[in-house]
Design a binder for this molecule. Structure first.
Ligand code: GLA
Length: 629
């Protein structure tokens, strides 16, 4: 009986899995709030931690306006952790610490309110952001225990997070206080286990934990996702016009790098940034291979900027520019994290650099794709809306390094001139045919826009426009931590343990111009410089522009596959109709041409369907030269 039951369950589950593989014919990404380009603004955290006051926030907001940063796009002024006094026990209303936010004190007998604050911010032409936690308690209560500004009172009064009060708090933040942006942290889920000193001592009520940093297997992924899905649903009701930004802050845990796009406008892909160069590189790496997960309305978030602080201060403008260039090419949200009242004009100029911001804010919303990488050097290329490319050359090392940029990196014709423009100098930087040599200083990143003849004169490779792709199904059978993210020493870590391990799920997700496991694309020894690498049992949705004629690719099982025994068929669907398909193909068979007529089609779905199980592991497939003509 039991066996019969499990058999039925297995069949039901695999039917469900098969179902998820089927084309839907409609773009499945539902925007969360409104973030057509990467959100920009200022946040108090990197500048002040919990040592925050209304005056400090207003001082930076004033500089944002007066220095032209607001005109350049930095609009959201975000109050991070540290604003609350308590949750009132009678009705659960959150009270503001008015000694820090004096304008919230509306006089005797009246409830404290952040409305006067948001009104001041709005009157300056800016938007206002606030911070909360999805659990019962916030991060500061676990990690800033010595701060005099932590919530006070009984257990219940100090439970200032959303859990149990979601609708009520969201209404307070958005209806009554009129905020525009909300960052929702996750420490309430991760940092209040019974064994934590602040819990064991009786200060806080224990919570499971349901989130374990660095361990996807020990984290309750579905439960965490459900909490953010509820948040997203509530926000849709409270702000039906969608005029808000929702920032999911789960530090790359719980596989949020895959599902963040479904429940947030932006989602953190890594642990907290810090003002050290190595940590900044670590954070960058957590977004750099996630090009298919971002696009207009959904942004991978490597965390707030540290420009102006530590390794990115006035003495190190080269590093400050590198940090900015990386966030620009990655289409990352740009949240200034320094005390602007103390920032030099040189730093403000870096934050404001118009051609660098234009690359970040390009309306097409494509994240830069890695065109070259070794441990020390990277070249990333970002397709811009007008057909130009932005290209970043990044010397990660501590010594000067030589780079060769080729037309092929840019997916441009090697026989035609490519004109470069330096985004920092805002000046033409000469042109080259075929290749050009550069020498970069230690930690330097150069950023150009490039104009030239495209490799495909009448079309483009799908991997050039990752923002048009939605990963409806990634084909992953088991979550694994991504080993290629640079494991910087965290600011708080010593070497008294076994080391910093790969911490973020996502290894094996689809990649542009690479296999899911970071190998070069290749089918029966035929290499593909361009294409999509993905696991079998996957479905990728691809938006195509009006007037598209044809999809073409050379498809097959990739030479790097783990599973080598089963067959995979490749299907191309257009607006829910099957347009073309191959028979089942196996490892070591030559790539096959797959071509589909796209006339009238708006949405293409690329399905790689695996026939049977392979005990050796996942089957890696390649959509070689996948292109739209
Ligand atoms: C977490 C977040 C930070 C910041 C702090 C506030 O660590 O990742 O960005 O919001 O909490 O306590």
């Amino acid at each position: 009986m039991k066996r019969l039951f499990s058999l039925v369950l297995l069949v039901a589950l695999s039917a469900q899995a098969q179902h998820a593989l089927n084309a839907t014919g409609r773009w499945q990404h539902q925007p969360v709030g409104h973030a057509p380009t990467p959100p920009m603004g200022w946040s108090s955290w990197n500048a002040f931690r919990v040592d925050i006051t209304e005056q400090k926030v207003m001082d930076s907001a004033r500089v944002i306006v007066d220095s032209g940063l607001a005109a350049a796009g930095y609009r959201s002024i975000n109050v991070d952790d540290g604003w609350w006094l308590k949750r009132r026990s009678t009705d659960g209303r959150l009270l503001v610490r008015t000694s820090l936010f004096p304008s919230a004190d509306l006089g005797p007998g009246r409830d404290s309110s952040l409305r006067p604050f948001t009104e001041r911010i709005h009157a300056m032409g800016l938007k206002a952001g606030l911070y909360t936690d999805i659990g019962r308690n916030a991060c500061s209560q676990a990690y800033d225990a010595d701060s005099p500004n932590l919530p006070e009172g009984t257990h219940a009064e100090r439970e200032v997070g959303l859990m149990g009060f979601m609708e009520q708090d969201l209404k307070l933040f958005f209806d009554e206080w009129n905020f525009d942006f909300l960052k929702v942290d996750g420490c309430g889920l991760s940092s209040y286990g019974a064994d934590r000193p602040h819990v064991a001592s009786g200060q806080y009520r224990a919570y499971k934990p349901s989130l374990v940093e660095g361990s996807v297997n020990q984290s309750d992924i579905e439960g965490t996702k459900k909490l953010y899905a509820d948040l997203n649903q509530s926000m849709r009701k409270i702000r039906p016009k969608g005029d808000y930004v929702l920032s999911v802050c789960l530090w790359g845990t719980a596989n949020v790098r895959s599902w963040g796009q479904d429940h947030g406008s932006m989602w953190r892909t890594s642990r907290d940034i810090w003002k050290g160069f190595a940590q900044m590189v670590h954070n960058f790496d957590t977004v750099a291979t996630r090009e298919f997960y971002a696009g207009p309305g959904r942004w991978n978030d490597p965390d707030m900027l540290e420009i102006g602080n530590g390794d990115f201060g006035d003495g190190q403008l080269l590093e400050a520019r590198t940090h900015m260039g990386l966030w620009a090419i990655a289409a990352a949200p740009l949240m200034i994290g320094t005390d602007l009242s103390k920032a030099s004009s040189a730093l403000i100029d870096i934050l404001k650099a118009p051609e660098v911001l234009a690359i970040n804010q390009d309306p097409a919303g494509h994240q830069g794709v890695i065109a070259y990488a070794d441990s020390d050097r990277q070249i990333l290329v970002k397709t811009l809306a007008d057909g130009r490319k932005a290209v970043l050359l990044f010397n990660r090392s501590g010594a000067p390094a030589k780079f060769t940029l080729t037309a092929e990196h840019l997916k441009m014709d090697a026989t035609a001139p490519v004109a470069l423009r330096d985004a920092w100098a805002r000046a033409e930087a000469g042109s080259f045919t075929g290749r050009r040599e550069f020498e970069l200083q230690a930690r330097e990143a150069l950023l150009f826009t490039a104009t030239g003849k495209h490799l495909l004169p009448r079309g483009y490779f799908v991997s050039e426009r990752p923002g048009h792709v939605y990963v409806a199904r990634d084909g992953l059978r088991a979550l694994e931590q991504d080993p290629i993210i640079y494991r910087a020493m965290a600011s708080w870590s010593s070497t008294d343990n076994g080391g910093t391990r790969p911490a973020y799920a996502g290894w094996g997700g689809p990649r542009a111009d690479s296999t899911p496991y970071d190998q070069a694309l290749s089918v029966q020894r035929q290499p593909f410089r361009h294409g999509i690498g993905v696991l079998a049992d996957s479905r990728l949705q691809v938006q195509v522009p009006a007037g598209s004629q044809r999809f073409m690719a050379r498809v097959g099982v990739d030479d790097s596959t783990r599973g080598k025994s089963v067959g995979v068929s490749f299907e191309v669907w257009g607006d829910g109709r099957r347009l073309a398909a191959t028979a089942a193909m196996k490892f070591n068979q030559a790539a096959r041409e797959l071509s589909a007529d796209l006339r009238g089609v708006k949405l293409v779905e690329l399905i790689a369907r695996q026939h049977g199980a392979d005990s050796a592991g996942s089957v890696v497939v390649t959509w070689g030269d996948a292109r739209i003509e």
